[in-house]
Design a binder for this molecule. Sequence first.
Ligand SMILES: *Cc1c(COP(=O)(O)O)cnc(C)c1O
Length: 390
Amino acid sequence: MEIVYTDNNATTKVADEVIKEMLPYFGELYGNPSSMHTFGDQVGKKVKEARQRVADFINADPDEIVFTSCGTESDNAAINAAIKAFPEKKHIITSNVEHPAINNLYKHLQKTMGYEVTFVPVDKKGLLDLDLLYKSMSDNTAIVSLMWANNETGVLFPIEEIAKKANEKGILFHTDAVQAMGKIPIDVKKTGVDMLSFSGHKIHAPKGIGVLYVKKGFKFSPFLIGGHQEKGRRGGTENTVSIIGLGKACELARKNLPIMNTRVRELRDYLQTQLLEKIPGSSVNGDLEQRLPNTLYIGFDAVEGESILLMLDREGICASSGSACTSGSLDPSHVLMAMKVPFKSAHGSIRFSLSHYNTKEEMDIIITTLVPVIQKLRDMSPFWKDGKMV
Ligand SMILES: *Cc1c(COP(=O)(O)O)cnc(C)c1O
């Protein structure tokens, strides 16, 4: 069976060009980039090229790029550096819809180190309460950390505007740009962020490689203490193969960025329009404008997300649900709860996240599969009667 892969916010296919770029460094070119000999140094040169490619993609200097093991490590390293730089400041600001890599870290700091954390709320459309955000910034704030794009809804926060406000008040600003990367243009110089995280496996590089951009001039303390790698900012022998792959992936993502905003956006909009039209009692979660071009998070009244996913899975369609079924919890996702989406439609929410590998034919497969699936589930649902939710 052919797979229809529309779960790109969870992870992406490693691009063929990326695999090709990495292969020699799995095999004969196994040297250590820090070695004095030519054999190691040829790997060092390739790592340097990759660092340049990554830097070019976000308009950073190569010296501002720190390679990590994943997006989660980048987030942890950024927050760790902030609290080390300002040990006397005991307040941090974030939103209530962040990825667990930020959310759970802040809860941990709250519990174990007595930090006061402001979780700025979002409205029904997933947009941030900017007034409250700006009011909560104070001299005691060590860092403001906000995601650029939400992984579930795709909703975008106005990062440039927020970074400017934080800068004016002399507060450090970090953004988790894992989902924004490769989908919208990112220019760290123009935006004025102090630190920015992203992850390889969300942009067609392998899993287990991440980046933390650290603006020049910031006194950064390493999270992993060890050797002098990454100019003393991250100990541990470099993951040379994945770094080289990520460099290539950034080069490709730069080329593919216009496609995201045209062809991929058109596919997403087509899927959205067709589903809303053909399935009554359906609605999109999150703001329709301030949103990534590849993400559709759509709720169907009176059905269970997990049941929909299982039935799609039988047809080879990969998508994702909003409910936290993996954690054994019956609550819908914390993002939908933060947006106060009504319980009965939050439970039936499905996220389709596209990439430039998707096609119109695949969208049609999803549409023709999903319409009868929802009908069938509603026929069995006690919450659905006479064509509407009860
Ligand atoms: C996937 C993701 C992460 C974590 O990245 P990993 O490389 O899987 O650790 C962090 N933040 C957001 C918004 C994500 O979507």
